[in-house]
Design a protein around this ligand. Structure first.
Ligand code: GLG
Length: 842
């Protein structure tokens, strides 16, 4: 308040405030200005990357103004805010999204053309912001888009990794990881060197007595690291609301150098201290659905959680409200268990620093937090060793023990004498060493726990968290089925389809109310519409074919059926089953007489996805895909009938090219293992059909679009346990005969050294086939053959695609965020005047 401009001078400020670009000229002026001043270049040395930089800066300037106004509006309204804590935000590129969301892409396109650039080329210059592994991180990014588009007062909090997810190169068929240093030029972030928080680690706890005779715990000594805020503006679509994503970066606390060491001549070690502090936010851990329990990872978690909570509490305290109103002003959502320490940290702040009584504080904590679970895979459930927490966060460990004590006491009261139950639900696992079960802590410290698709939410209630349903009752557990933002995943990725839909549904309203897609059902018999629909799909396939050619050298025929599986490589997602199926197809084609062969439907099998660097089996799968491609793609008997490509470095911007070009995509996880999946929604929304198991959101997609529009196969979740048991204990595992032939071919050396793939084969044949590849193989092949037949009837196929798109309204992340807002956060949108009609692109 002290720093604001006095009333009489404000007029001068207001006169010079800038808004949206008035016209093309205004935009061009800003671009030229940035090229010539900010970038110190001229029309003689302005390449595409400079044009991108200037264009991004021009839009960034606009965003930050709306950002400022949004923050003012939200502060003034003083209504409840939600804080989304996520260790991952897989944002992808920002420029195209910003232009579309503020409705000025057409103007920018024309302006750039006048200055000598094609907008498509300029957009391509941007480096992806890849601060995430896969679905969990991309979900957080879609949520930010919806929160802003729905005018909800919301902040995202994350870490500003210097290195995002690694870049994947394929060399001789193997994955090679290359660091992703992405911060050379990032116009989308605003460093806030004035917003810093000192974060403490290690040290010890000393008890003392305060004036009133109460015992207080003081966490003392140890090491301090500074958190510096970097703010990223998040523009809503068709609204001036521009929310904030705050990412924390770590720095040494005592300025640039330790001067004592510096003066005593120990210059090198003073720099080393600096570097050690910066290590905390240096790198994103590249594991998807796997917990590795590394100390630095725990440091990251506490660093980020403590900085975010300090910020949230600071904002609340400005309102001078009593503490009991905290949950009426603040909702905090935990994206998976990664931020669970926030529960402990808030309790610590309230009792140690603010002097509240335990019960009062705990009540506030529980009413503030909500926890989203994203997986039932045991290897992904976070546990931290007690000695490690003791060492790093001694006061927090005490509080965890106390939370556990009170919790177990309440369980004992409710279920007297049930020692097994106490052991099973204790936050502390009695192992060697003892472990803290983060999911249990998250459940106990939250008022709502949700899964991310119906089947998944049912599974957590009946399996991993069943005891907690017994203790807390069923109402604490709920489902919020995931969603995706139609702005990025339709309007931006597939502009022609978006325009065609707009022309048939009465404008771009579907982009803010996706259920309006159902108006497409009226157009199913519209010949011209169907023709355009098919043309757009074909054009998208031509674009992908060009990309495949440039990236891999393989020529693919755009008229072939494009069959796509792009996602992180994981045994539970069963890319191995897909490639075994491809080999089966290859063998079947080879066995045919040439005349017969030519009647078969040509297919391109497209794979993409990263393997965690330490995941040996996943890397073997990548190698097999590439080895099969090398053989099949060069087999003269086969020609265009089958091509196999692995696209390296799958990321958000590649997804935007790949997804609109698919005819069929694969979502074939072992039933019960994929919590939701979100690319399944993206593919269907872009007019592709899917082959999938009864798993995750596939089930709800089927319910919405109709069983005749999806290719389902395989065993059901409820059968999995018995099958696994039979494999291991009853030795009832004879490998499917089709699959046997595939294994034999691999072992003959057709695809290179058989030894390279021995692990993949023996996992199925000799080690219990945990993911049921053999059990599902036959029905997978049968269903793939059905796909071929149905694809031959293009008219029928297009009808299915159109019907499916028409029925996808449910899967908007807007619907999903509205459910969170109403059922978990209890927050409401802040009314704003729309600054332009929704959907207008210029
Ligand atoms: C998880 C799950 C996915 C889910 C995503 C978002 O594996 O099935 O769609 O979160 O909820 N770890 C993940 O990516």
């Amino acid at each position: 308040v002290e720093a604001s401009i006095p009333e009489p001078q404000r007029e001068a400020w207001l006169k010079h405030q800038v808004g949206a670009f008035k016209d093309k000229d205004g935009f061009e002026r800003e671009v030229v200005r940035h090229v010539e001043t900010t970038l110190a270049r001229s029309l003689f040395n302005c390449d595409e990357s400079a044009a991108y930089a200037a264009c991004a800066l021009a839009f960034r300037d606009r965003l930050i103004l709306e950002w400022n106004r949004t923050q003012q509006r939200q502060t003034f309204a003083d209504s409840k805010r939600v804080y989304y804590l996520s260790l991952e935000f897989l944002m992808g590129r920002a420029l195209d999204n910003a232009m579309l969301n503020v409705g000025q892409k057409d103007l920018a396109k024309a302006g750039l053309a006048e200055l000598g650039f094609r907008i498509e080329d300029v957009i391509q210059q941007e480096h992806d912001a890849a601060l995430g592994n896969g679905g969990l991180g991309r979900l957080a990014a879609c949520f930010l888009d919806s929160l802003a588009s729905l005018n909800l007062p919301a902040w995202g909090y994350g870490l500003r990794y210097r290195y995002g997810i690694f870049k994947q190169e394929i060399i001789d068929g193997y994955q090679v990881e290359v660091p992703d240093y992405w911060l050379d030029f990032n116009p989308w972030e605003f460093p806030r060197h004035d917003v810093t928080v000192d974060i403490q680690f290690y040290g010890s706890v000393r008890k003392s007595t305060d004036d009133s005779g109460k015992t207080v715990c003081n966490w003392e000594g140890g090491e301090t690291v500074k958190a510096v805020a970097y703010d990223v503006p998040i523009p809503g679509y068709g609204t001036p609301t521009t929310n904030n994503l705050r990412l924390w970066s770590s720095k040494a606390a005592s300025g640039e150098f330790d001067f004592q060491k510096f003066n005593s001549g120990d210059y090198e070690s003073s720099v080393a201290d600096q570097q050690r502090a910066e290590t905390i936010s240096a790198v994103l851990y590249p594991n998807d659905n796997l917990d590795r329990g590394k100390e630095l990872r725990l440091k990251q978690q506490y660093f980020w959680v403590a900085a975010s909570l300090y910020d949230i509490v600071r904002r609340f305290k400005k309102s001078k409200r009593p503490w009991k109103e905290f949950p009426e002003q603040v909702a905090i959502q935990l994206n998976d268990t990664h931020p669970t320490l926030a529960i402990v940290e808030l309790q610590r702040i309230l009792i140690d620093l603010e002097g509240l009584e335990w019960d009062e504080a705990w009540n506030i904590v529980v009413n503030t937090f909500g926890y989203t679970n994203h997986t039932v895979l045991p290897e992904a459930l976070e546990k931290w060793s007690v000695p490690l927490i003791q060492h790093l966060l001694p006061r927090h460990l005490q509080i965890i023990y106390e939370i556990n004590l009170y919790f177990l006491q309440s369980v004992e009261t409710k279920f007297p004498g049930d020692r097994d139950l106490l052991r099973d639900v204790s936050i502390i696992e009695e192992a060697q060493p003892k472990m803290v079960r983060m999911a249990f802590l998250a459940i106990i410290g939250s008022h709502k726990v949700n899964g991310v698709a119906e089947l998944h939410s049912d599974l957590i209630k009946t399996t991993i968290f069943k005891d907690f349903v017994k203790i807390f009752g069923p109402d604490k557990f709920t489902n919020v089925t995931n969603g995706i933002t139609p702005r990025r995943w339709l309007h931006q990725a597939n502009p022609r389809l978006s325009e065609l839909i707009a022309s048939k549904t009465g404008g771009h309203g579907f982009l803010t109310d996706l259920t309006e897609l159902n108006r497409l059902e009226n157009c199913i018999h519209d010949k011209k519409f169907r023709k355009e629909w098919a043309e757009i799909k074909y054009a998208n396939k031509v674009r992908l074919a060009k990309h495949i050619k440039a990236a891999t050298g393989v020529t693919v025929n755009p008229s072939a059926l494009f069959d796509v599986q792009v996602k992180r490589i994981h045994e539970y997602k069963r890319q191995q089953m897909n490639i075994f199926g491809v080999i089966h197809r290859y063998l079947t084609l080879k066995a045919m007489a040439p005349e017969q062969r030519q009647k078969e439907m040509p297919r391109v099998s497209i794979f993409g996805g990263k393997a965690a660097p330490g995941y040996w089996m996943a890397k073997q799968i990548i190698h097999l895909i590439n080895s099969v491609g090398a053989v099949v793609n060069n087999d003269k008997d086969i020609g265009d009938l089958l091509k196999v490509v692995f696209l390296e470095d799958y990321n958000v911007s590649k997804a935007e090219i790949i997804i609109p070009a698919s005819d069929l995509s694969e979502h074939i996880s072992t039933a019960g293992t994929e919590a939701s999946g979100t690319s399944n929604m993206k593919f269907v929304l872009n007019g592709g059909l899917i082959i999938g198991t009864c798993d995750g959101a596939n089930i709800e997609i089927t319910r919405e679009i109709g069983g005749q529009n999806i290719f389902l196969f395989g065993h059901l979740a409820e059968e999995v346990e018995d099958l696994r048991h039979a494999h291991v204990y009853e030795k009832q595992h004879s490998v499917d005969s089709g699959l046997k032939a595939v294994f034999e071919e691999i072992e003959k050396g057709t695809f290179g050294t058989p030894q390279d793939f021995a692990g993949m084969i023996s996992a199925v044949r000799d080690h219990g086939d945990f993911y049921l590849v053999s059990d599902d193989f036959q029905s997978y092949i049968v269903t793939q053959n059905l796909v071929d037949q149905e694809y031959l009837n293009q008219e029928e196929w297009i009808t299915k695609c159109i019907k499916s798109v028409a029925r996808m309204g449910f899967f908007s992340s807007d619907r999903c965020i509205n459910e969170y807002a109403e059922e978990i956060w209890n927050i409401e949108p802040l009314k704003v005047e729309a600054n332009r009609p929704a959907g207008q692109t210029s």
